[in-house]
Write a protein that binds this ligand. Sequence first.
Ligand SMILES: [Zn+2]
Length: 417
Amino acid sequence: MIDKKKIIDRFISYIKIDTQSDPESKTTPSTEKQWDLARKLAEELAEMGMEEVSIDENAYVMASLPANVSHQVPVIGFISHFDTSPDFNATNINPQIIEDYDGKDIVLNKEHDIVLSSEYFDDLKQYKGQTLITTDGTSLLSADDKAGITEIMTAMQYLLEHPEIPHGKIRVGFTPDEEIGRGAHKFDVKKFGAEWAYTMDGSQIGELEFENFNAAKAVISVRGKGVHPGYAKDKMINSQYIAVDFINSLPRLETPEHTEDRQGFFHLSDMKGAVEETILEYIIRDHDLNQFEARKQMMQDLASEICSQYNSDCIAVEITDQYFNMREKIEPVMHIVNLAEKAMEAVNVKPLLKPIRGGTDGAQLSYMGLPCPNIFAGGHNFHGKYEYVPVESMQKATEVIVKLAELTSEEFKENDL
Ligand SMILES: [Zn+2]
């Protein structure tokens, strides 16, 4: 059994270190302060007896737990990110520990009347009787993803202290800048040297994800012709009306607020307009690659159609792919998802398989040659003051890592026979 107090202490020691990333920065890591936790993790890994501990010039931390069995087992890895979201205050995090949670509202901050409501956030109710860690309402908690780091570190320590549990070689990797979309960019997949890995970066207990969106962004530039309004007859072309035509010609119900599960969408994220020029910014999302391509084509066709009505090339469409659904890379190696399911069931966690309506570092890593599904880390309401994590979920995630190490070894032992 994984010790609860040790999990809490470790988690708190990590969230006390401010590691907020910065999308405006061009460096890696994007903020100097991320080095503080990167160095601490490297030190702790070495101290606990991990091998091949390294920290590179971009602050990526890696380490190995050597195999303790003689048969051939594929090297597997566990990955999480140590930066925290720039969306909300991440300095001076002051956690509250609520033992034996009663299922009711939690007052985060009396002075500012900030309440974590169990009616509004009804996921809370399933944790009645458990130990919750919340914020004090003035910052985020950074369980995303210091919960994941805590779980990987605790699992490695546990395996080192329990050599009777058989396992192959395990690699661990901690990355900067995931929250600004750059966590995988400089990840050295070759140096990591694992056959596959898992990011510990999901939310509620049981989550197991191997599908995410295909993603592109589109910038639509509409050009008009500005003329003095008093003399504009048959001369003025108001780009804003053309832009509105474009917007209204896309399927109105295929937008984020009307879609769920595997339904894709067009999302108008920004518009700026004047008579002369209107710029629309869209993101395009779809799990299905064919439909994703069809959506991009639809935008191009629509632009040509409207242009032909106005007898000019008044609309320019610029579409850039952002990331792709990892399902394509995971399906040929589905046993790695099945193993994770088995590991969860073995520690009495019900696997919740669901498509991610977003992206993940694992998707990028999967396309870089490291198939990488995502496993729950346990937290809820990421990136804001209502973030919380049940300690029991962190315990279970740690057990899942330990079990995965063991099951992978067992699986390949059977294959040898
Ligand atoms: Zn995360």
